[in-house]
Write a protein that binds this ligand. Structure first.
Ligand SMILES: Nc1ncnc2c1ncn2[C@@H]1O[C@H](COP(=O)(O)OP(=O)(O)OP(=O)(O)O)[C@@H](O)[C@H]1O
Ligand SMILES: [Mg+2]
Length: 255
């Protein structure tokens, strides 16, 4: 039996009269990569903001490792081991890699220089752990000099350094070339190999297909399809499945 990390049950989120989420069930198990897909406005970001505890659901239940949690918040989400790399405000590009990794919670130590050396060592270890293989960059390199995929790597390393069991990536490859996307996939595979879980958000199925074990498709605030990569076989077939859900034949509708 897979170890259940988190489960959302019947989550509803309304913004005034707009129902952004209309009763979502979602779970993530230990060591799996879940691809959350759907068009613009489907509710993906809202859903992960709820997971991150920064948006409060209008109704619904949240379970962490099988236990119901009340008063869900950003602090409780973090304590549950959930770290989110948000779509826009991910990194301080004028700062170094090490500064970005430890931003807001610098290691405690007696002397500044000692602490810095420690942080650099830890940053180097994290970068190795996720398979950041560039020889050009050191922990002191400025993030603005890194490629898009490498920047995602820094954000992932930061999440790991915060003891994440589940890392949520909101559209990490949307603005990236194929080569850069491959870099992000490489980091994600390393994170998975370490037993952590990932929720990978995208609206391009070709961007998520190769990396996810399981897909959850959102459409206008509802889960319209849930399937595995093994079951689906190819991105083309997943797209065909989705079209079936959106436009069933008369015979299917009658079922
Ligand atoms: N703070 C808010 N106030 C009002 N409506 C909101 C708010 N946040 C989201 N919405 C609405 O909720 C719906 C879902 O938005 P959301 O950002 O979750 O979609 P998304 O799937 O992440 O889209 P995208 O692919 O464009 O990032 C949209 O109709 C959006 O306009
Ligand atoms: Mg979004």
């Amino acid at each position: 039996m897979a170890e259940r990390l988190i489960e959302l049950r019947d989550i509803v989120k309304s913004f005034g009269r707009v129902a952004a989420l209309g009763g979502i069930n979602l779970h993530v198990d230990k060591g799996e990569v879940v691809g959350l897909i759907g068009d613009n406005g489907a509710g993906k970001s809202t859903l992960i903001k709820i997971l991150a505890g920064v948006v409060k659901p209008t109704s619904g239940e949240i379970f962490v490792r099988g236990q119901p949690v009340t008063g869900w918040s950003a602090a409780k989400s973090r304590a549950a081991g959930i770290e989110t790399v948000f779509q826009d405000r991910a990194l301080a590009v004028q700062q170094s890699i090490v500064t970005n990794i430890f931003m807001g919670r610098e290691l405690a130590g007696p002397f500044g220089w000692l602490r810095l050396a420690q942080e650099e060592r830890e940053a180097r270890r994290l970068m190795r752990e996720i398979g950041f293989t560039s020889r050009v960059f050191t922990p002191r390199s400025i993030v603005g000099q890194l490629s898009g995929g490498e920047r995602q790597g820094v954000a992932i390393a930061r999440a790991i350094s915060r003891q994440a069991d589940l890392i949520i990536l909101d559209e990490p490859t949307t603005a990236l070339s194929l080569t850069e996307t491959e870099k992000v996939f490489h980091f994600v595979r390393r994170v998975k190999a370490s037993g952590r879980s990932i929720v990978f958000i995208g609206h391009n199925i070709y961007h998520v297909f190769d990396i996810a074990d399981r897909f959850v498709v959102l459409d206008r605030g509802k889960v319209v399809l849930e399937t595995t990569r093994a079951e689906t076989g190819s991105a083309e077939r997943l797209i065909a499945f989705m079209q079936r859900v959106a436009h069933p034949t008369a015979a299917e509708r009658a079922l």
